[in-house]
Design a protein around this ligand. Structure first.
Ligand code: F6R
Length: 349
């Protein structure tokens, strides 16, 4: 049931405050604490595909910051055929909305057979990855119908933050902050109309670049993935600092560049990257904090999200990117919920 929304995807974007809130509450009330300490591992490997991989990239920063354990994020399909030394000293975190993605399932099982502990983050209770890993943290996003993952992504972020903070001395303070996220997502959703107008102006472009640093880098990747999978417009996500090592050659007056610039530790560096784009006449669509006049003046277009502590910025900055992709695809008259060539669950290699 689309409950008045034109597409499931839009409905699911709007369900994010609830998905995140339910996930935090679900994990806290069920006492779902992993039966081992993150700090007891030599290394953590996060294994996932697609959007879940992007959640993993954000999770890596949180785990390294809050738990201090070196963490790598690997595409499940690459892990399978690589020679990753993995064993008892490793914790494997499999992230999968469906819990059925074949590459992720194989990778997690491969690691478990070699003695690693396995923890998975899944949305579908009773799915293969849920059943086959040593321990599961469930996201409580509810069923996701649209092929493009939206609410399950922000719910995965909530579960990863919850996990990263388990052993932190200020855990309760951190979780209190996390509980503020759903209301801020709600406020971010109010930007939908403005983003729809933006979509009108940019829907006929052929290529988009998405840039971000640190926690915003995985969000740039995710924004680009959302746009390409439902609108079929070519889009690339890049760490903003890498731009000058190649992609800058693509920039001209026809290239919209979406830049994530919340006021975090890399804010000044990101502003410098925006200047570089502008010098090449690229059109900058900036996503940053409401009231950031300096950023707004620098950009051709500006979307403000409510200010929030650095750690939580990905929960908010991803929302305008989901909406931008949605409105562009919807205006192009495409089958948003069922894009060509894609399946919701990928059970082939
Ligand atoms: C993107 C998307 C896919 C999935 C990927 C992994 O919107 O939906 O990239 O994220 O196929 O799926 P799960 O999380 O079910 O393992």
């Amino acid at each position: 049931e689309k409950s008045g929304f034109k597409h499931f995807m839009l409905k699911e974007i709007y369900e994010q405050p609830k998905a995140v809130g339910d996930t935090i509450r679900g994990l806290m009330s069920s006492g779902e604490e992993p039966p081992f300490s993150l700090k007891s591992f030599r290394r953590i490997l996060i294994i996932a595909c697609g959007t879940s991989y992007h959640a993993g990239l954000v999770g890596k920063f949180w785990i390294e910051k809050l738990a201090g354990v070196p963490t790598e994020v690997v595409y499940a399909s690459e892990f399978r055929y690589g020679d990753f030394p993995v064993g008892e000293e490793d914790l494997i975190i499999g992230v999968s909305q469906s819990g059925e993605t074949i590459d992720t399932k194989f990778a997690v099982n491969f690691a478990r057979e070699r003695g690693a502990r396995t923890l998975s983050i899944v949305n579908v209770v009773g799915s293969s990855i849920d059943r086959e890993s040593d321990y599961t943290l469930h996201t409580h996003a509810g069923p996701e119908i649209g092929v493009a993952a939206t609410k399950t992504f922000t719910a995965q972020l909530a579960a990863l933050y919850f996990l990263a903070s388990t052993e932190h001395p200020d855990r309760y303070k951190l979780l209190e902050e996390l509980f503020k996220v759903p209301a801020r997502i709600e406020r971010t959703l109010e930007k939908s109309e403005a983003i729809e107008k933006l979509a009108d102006r940019y829907m006929n472009r052929r290529d988009f670049l998405y840039l971000g640093r640190y926690l915003s880098y995985p969000i740039a990747l995710e924004g680009a993935l959302k746009l390409k999978e439902i609108s079929y417009i070519h889009a690339e996500g890049y760490p903003a600092g890498e731009m000058k090592h190649g992609p800058i050659a693509l920039i001209d007056e026809k290239m919209p560049v979406v830049v994530l610039a919340p006021q975090d530790r890399v804010y000044d560096k990101t502003l410098a990257n925006i200047e570089e784009v502008k010098t090449r006449k690229g059109k900058v669509i900036g996503v940053g904090f409401e009231g950031d006049d300096k950023l707004e003046k620098l950009c051709n277009e500006f979307i403000g999200v409510p200010p929030i502590e650095e750690d939580f910025t990905p929960f908010l900055t991803v929302v305008p990117l989901q909406l931008l992709a949605y409105h562009i695809a919807s205006k192009l008259g495409l089958d948003v919920d069922q894009p060509r060539n894609l399946a919701k669950t990928v059970t082939v290699e």
